[in-house]
Design a protein around this ligand. Sequence first.
Ligand SMILES: [Zn+2]
Length: 302
Amino acid sequence: MKGWKWILLIVVVLIVGGGGLFWNLLTRLTIERLSDDLHVVRGSGGNAAILKTSEGAVIVDTMLLRYQGERLKEEAMRLTGKPVVMIINTHYHLDHTHGNPAFDIGTRVVATERTLHHLKVTDAEYFADEEAEALMPGEVFSDTRRITLGDKNITLLHPGRGHTDGDLVVLFEEEATLHAGDLFVYQHYPFIDLEAGGSVDAWLSSLRRVLALPFERVIPGHGEVTDRQGLEQFRRFMIEAWNAVTMASAEGKNLEELLETVELTEDAGYTEIKLVIGIGLDRDFLLSTMWQDAHGEVPARP
Ligand SMILES: [Zn+2]
């Protein structure tokens, strides 16, 4: 298991070990209505979306636990009156995919080719049994795909590398709403999965391609629902941080000097995600990962 997966697992074990109260916190879901047909479900793990179509419900991302997947399936039925006919996984990380096995065999599962590849490489054990394997992505694409389900149209776009090399964004066309997966976290510091082909430089171009899509609202991978300006602000912060890293590098500074002297303004109001004591998604962790990227220190897996 890779380092970040251990961290997540430790958090889960600590929380679950703490008793029922923490289990409730871990599994609590909050539901936000964006329109008659579109809801966002937030909880521990990535944000999920539930779209009602005349042919059934579509779920984008299934959170961290099989139990959460079961809850999402129930909520989809309650909110739309229809069973889930399609899951879309924005990328392979366990906090967006591990609810998949809770859904019925025969549910269509859509992702990019790279997402399926990473799931096979890193998560073979989790999806080992026959039922779980049936909920691995079975419909994959590499660049863009448009799906029509009854009265709804969905555009899927892999805009390029970024958080991983296989992220997709989901445009709910009738709702003018985008689910950006972890290519966008709202007012949090992002994680760059260099081993899975993540790249800061490519991320900036990918976000430009995403911003060209016609949408008004954005569901981030983590954090609150926002609008186009929220996504533009995140891109400005990524540019500011990346410029700081590449300039420090050009000036011959080392990482410690960068962390001591860096001045950033675009992350005002950002919240750190503390995973365990001393480890978390904060500014220093992000800059350190960007530094590794700038110096080619983490080879991407094949
Ligand atoms: Zn992720």
